[in-house]
Write a protein that binds this ligand. Sequence first.
Ligand code: UD1
Ligand code: UDP
Length: 384
Amino acid sequence: MITVSHIVGARPQFIKYFPVFRAMERHNEKADEAGRIQDVLIHTGQHYDYAMSKRFFDEFGLKEPDYHLNVGSASHGKQTGEILKKTEAVLRKVRPDVVMVYGDTNSTLGGALAAVKLHLPVAHVEAGLRSYNRRMPEEINRIAADHVSSMLFCPGRAAVENLKKEGFTNVLNEGNLVDGAEAEPGPGRPDDGRPVVVNSGDVMYDVFLHARGLAAGKSRIVEKLGLTGRSFGLLTLHRAENTDDLKQFLKRAGFVKHVFKEHPILFPAHPRIRKQAEAHMQAFGRHVTLIDPVGYFDLLRLLEACDFVLTDSGGLQKEAYWSRKQCVTLREETEWVETLESEWNTLAGEFKGLWKPDQGEDTVYGHGRAAEGIVGFLFKYFNH
Ligand code: UD1
Ligand code: UDP
């Protein structure tokens, strides 16, 4: 039996945890008592609105968090510090065999630091991503989380290469995909004491494939908003780099207003930008309609129905790619470089008009079995 503590706190982390949760349930269905994985879920409380947190637990049928830290919103230092302090107290009690952190939020960093300072091994899901822009809070969180982790699960090859450049030498299977639960560790085994880098594929692709088929049955949003058969673009914008500085926000809004003025645009707005966007709606233009954040199934249906995507979200860039929707990323750079190579994604600064890209590769982020592989691997490594 092994105990795994999962630390989540922000919207994308509930989504990333879902396939891992399912993979652990499947593992336990087949296991005897000694072979089980005990899952201890810690919710930091970084996100707390129903639409940003509980809704995803309801939609995915996730278990209730075992611990809720109620950290809430604050400056980076205060929020990360609170997460660190409160997570430490829980981990001292639970004493898990391994602590899993996801993505690149302040919950990722606070959780990873709390664990490693208690000498608990950290496994980082979505390791190795780099934008090479250290003004992004997420970039600092990723670098720090990666460098205190014992196990680094990369969503694709580019992330593995980034880690190699930073001195990680214990790379499993030469950086090729280690696919599904049956994968054997093979050469570069983790037990030589060095942190191990695994190209596991992207857990978000697992969720996407699972939920895509269910979305039509679970969501009526396209009908409710009267969008059936209509042409529209889907917009999300929430990154600190685009919202904290008014000049930068107006630059992004101006791009949407002028370049896409012929297209109706639907904008499910993150609470971070909600008030700002309402105050400056004229900066977007009248063709942009602001709505509350939507659930995951609603999002997938909107994605399927729309003509193109404008976003600064990490997750949505990939979901657009997997849905074969043209995506314009409202940033100066992206860590999801594979989506640029296929031309389904382009940076706003390089946008020359809507286009029809080639089909592109479906497997750059694995085959939709990343979580099974991660869970199988954890079990093999930590079940002594
Ligand atoms: C965080 C992540 C970002 C991720 C995003 C996912 C960090 C540094 N950033 O950004 O990488 O893309 O989550 O959505 O961790 N707020 C609410 N209700 C909520 C949550 C937030 O009103 O439930 C508002 C508060 O005013 C808060 C602001 O949003 O101050 C920002 O929230 P915060 O968690 O600090 O960062 P995000 O922008 O959500
Ligand atoms: N998402 C959602 N509802 C919304 C906006 C986004 O369910 O109103 C989903 C989106 O499909 C993606 C995830 O949330 O899977 C991404 O989260 P976010 O953009 O908040 O964070 P990021 O990926 O940038 O870290």
